[in-house]
Design a protein around this ligand. Structure first.
Ligand code: PLP
Length: 359
């Protein structure tokens, strides 16, 4: 199988051909068991091996310290918007949020249902084209929440604040794309469907000490402690998503791990940003220092010609570059599965579009 299009879509789930091939074989017959991967029991030794390998790979690739638990949940990152405050906020201990765009706002809205929320800084004043700095996180807050990569606005946090308050980070769209120091965070969550695997799986990495501190009465399906105590199998886990994520992480490891992926991601983003910056036709939306390596947002000076470029790109097999509704313009997502050849193809496509009317 070979995919015929260059998919720059923001999701869900862009995966390399090799992973898709193995996944489709397993749907027909998993490991010569005579059963589809969709049919095997989550209580079977086969699945136990899969979930354990997936957890081991997350721990190895992200260098997760031993005092952190790795949990596999469902409900997407959006469920974490409420699960985090439900578990970690207390009536007398509010939380602090950094507002960097669409998804942080969603997290803030949910958190307000559970206790006091202070928004310490926001980049709303400039349509979220930068990451605020220089804010103060009050000591004694339950946690500080931020979104490491703003998938819609195309900004990314490269320096996290130094604070005694546990940092809770939504890493949905840049986890596994760059090296991070897990010990800097109290809790990391991510919908799997960008760099990890198919939608339906949510990864949570949480410091065990934070789990011990949970005092609230919480419904089981929203309680991190329950997932921790049941090896992420309190109820039926998303087996297929976990299996495909495991295949994808295996591949990431074979390809040189996160260090290698980060180098490639830096080079891919540079190639595209350089093409945008040197063109007289396109311009980038985010502040240069805060530009996301995963989601590159840009527009045309002549906005009326944007639909024409979209059609031109699509006629060449470049899909998914339309910007998010409220932002408009273009967004090229360069997740791990997008290789350098794909970015070169897009850059060529932009250049051909610019030059096509000159001849
Ligand atoms: N947070 C970020 C940064 C995202 O990019 C997304 C989805 O794209 C979400 C949260 C929402 O994730 P989900 O659809 O898994 O709930």
């Amino acid at each position: 199988m070979s995919k015929k299009k260059y998919n720059f879509g923001a999701g869900p789930c862009i995966l390399p051909d090799s992973v898709l091939n193995s996944a489709s074989d397993a749907v027909k017959d998993y490991n010569r068991t005579g059963l589809s991967i969709l049919e095997i029991s989550h209580r079977s030794s086969e699945f136990e091996k899969i979930i354990n390998e997936c957890e081991d790979l997350v721990r190895e690739l992200l260098k997760v310290p031993a005092d952190y638990s790795i949990l596999f949940l469902q409900g997407g990152a959006s469920t974490q918007f409420s699960m985090v405050p439900m578990c970690l906020m207390q009536p007398h201990k509010g939380a602090v949020y950094l507002d960097t765009g669409y998804f942080s706002l969603k997290a803030i809205k949910e958190a307000r249902m559970f206790g006091p929320v202070q928004v310490v800084a926001s980049s709303k004043d400039r349509d979220y084209d930068y990451i605020p700095v220089g804010y103060h996180i009050p000591r004694g807050s339950a946690y500080f929440h931020c979104t490491s990569n703003n998938s819609i606005e195309g900004t990314e946090i490269f320096d996290f604040p130094e604070t005694d308050v546990p940092i809770v980070c939504d890493m949905s769209s840049d986890i596994f794309s760059r090296e991070i120091n897990v010990a800097d965070f109290g809790l990391i969550y991510a919908g799997a469907q960008k760099n990890m695997g198919p939608a339906g799986l949510t990864l949570v990495i949480v410091k065990k000490a934070l789990l011990k501190g949970i005092q609230n009465l919480i419904p089981s399906m929203s309680d991190y402690r329950i997932y921790n105590d049941h090896n992420s199998m309190f109820n039926t886990p998303p087996l297929f998503s976990i299996y495909v994520a495991m295949l994808n992480l295996r591949r990431l490891k074979e390809m040189g791990g996160i260090k290698q992926a980060e180098e490639t991601n830096i080079a891919k983003a540079k190639l595209l940003y350089d093409a945008i910056d040197s063109s007289e036709c396109f311009y980038g939306l985010a502040d240069k220092a805060d530009r996301s390596r995963m989601n590159i947002t840009f527009k045309m000076y002549n906005r009326e010609r944007e639909p024409e470029f979209l059609n031109f790109a699509e006629s060449r097999g470049v899909v998914g570059i339309g910007g998010f509704g409220s932002v408009g313009g273009f967004r090229a997502s360069l997740y791990n599965a997008m290789d350098m050849l794909g970015v070169e193809f897009l850059v060529q496509c932009m250049s051909d579009f610019i030059h096509k009317d000159l001849f």
